[in-house]
Ligand binder design. Sequence first.
Ligand code: SAH
Length: 496
Amino acid sequence: MSKVYLVGAGPGDEGLITVKALDKLKEADIVIYDNLANPDLLKHCKIDVEKIYVGKISKNHTLTQEEINELIVEKAIDKKIIVRLKGGDPYVFGRGGEEGEHLYKNGIDFEVIPGITSAIGGLAYGGVPITHREYASSFHVFTGHLKNEEDDLDWATISKLQGTMVFLMGVGNLERICTSLINNGKDSKTPVAMIYKATTPYQKTVVGTIDSIVEIAKEEKIKAPSLIVVGDVVKARAYLNTFEKKPLFGKKVVVTRARVDSSGLAKKLKALGAETIEIPTIKIKAINNCGLNEEIRDIYQYSHLIFTSKNSVTIFFDTLFKENKDVRALSNLKITAIGSETSRVLKEYGIVPDLMPEDYVGEGVVKALEEILNPSDRILFPRSKNARSFMVEALSKVCYLKEVHIYETVKEDLVDNSLLEDFSDVDCISFTSGSTVDNFVDFIGREHLSQLDGVKVVSIGPVTSERVGSYGLSVYREAAEHNVDGLVKAVLDCFR
Ligand code: SAH
């Protein structure tokens, strides 16, 4: 038997999905999703998942609710896990209840996984607490989608309510909502906030009163989807508006590094409020028959092991395990890790590095190592084929060093061309190596580089900056520390 999960995706911010919902998304064979569910969540799905978009684009419903109900039933064949992913909570104006009822009537097993509704979570990101001891001790969530006079809300009763009022789907009827409240005795000076695309990088909030918000919303071009919140709780925004005050809020930053590496950078930028666009330009490719197996078989010959990236750590350990060995084989070695990510990944394998040079540039690392190395030492140095030769040359003067090229960075295939078409609203682009610059230029085409006019270019260090310069582009900020944290600081610096 199949099972259908009616799943709440949360209001927009990818992180606002529940653990249970995420688990089901990872297991799903089929995902049927709406336009309010953040499509980025689908990256957690299995590679061969069937994705079906049933979103409603403005008034042109792509599918009617009846058709969606039927589709879910139709798909619920042969032991499939079906996730019906909906924005916010599936039972808050999401018609999830109707879908559940339809499944029940068709004898299909289903379960609901609630989500954070925009009516509460979206407000919170807008700096508006839905209740507050000083301002409101109840809240009421209404649909603002009032099709005709007959199914109009009971405004006389509503206008007497003291609690916070939230209207969903109300942008098109804003004027009617405000007039109805005023005509039924609600104080026209009651504060109102409208929050557009709450919890996303596009979030925009405007504040007014019942008698001014229509004008303000028009001036500020507030469109759907927006939340309308009426009540004194809006006053609390004065001190609860943290999301829109994040340092990179509203900034669009392009990340060009390899997909496996970019997530750390993108995550940090997102946490600071940025919207990130990932255009991976390089990918990591392990080199087969690189000779690492042989060196690992003879690992007892070595006294030192150096890692300069997390990629070399993971490839090294994959090979170690394939050789039927584990960390105990490394017990006689002194291990050096360069970069905080490298140390972090090493710790995941149960190893605390003996040396973690503070200065990440080759020169500083060599200095730190020279202090502990003896001429009788033997270093194994598995690393990227694309790395600079400086460290190998300098350390080889001190003792025996075996360099093994275990991976290389190669150009990524461009998956989504549309990402390169328009940079007019991009604020910043970050480069983490010379090859990210070369490949990006290759993707976009040299003749189109003027598209980057006005985009702030941030580079991880001098070598990368030089490459940027070689294309006639100028670097707006260069990271002082040549690592992810340094790069994030440089991006922050662009907008101070
Ligand atoms: N089930 C959803 C609501 C669906 S009704 C939930 O629990 O949030 C659709 C309406 O919800 C939209 O018209 C809009 O008013 C509101 N909405 C949903 N997500 C929103 C968001 N991120 N920002 C602003 N409004 C949102």
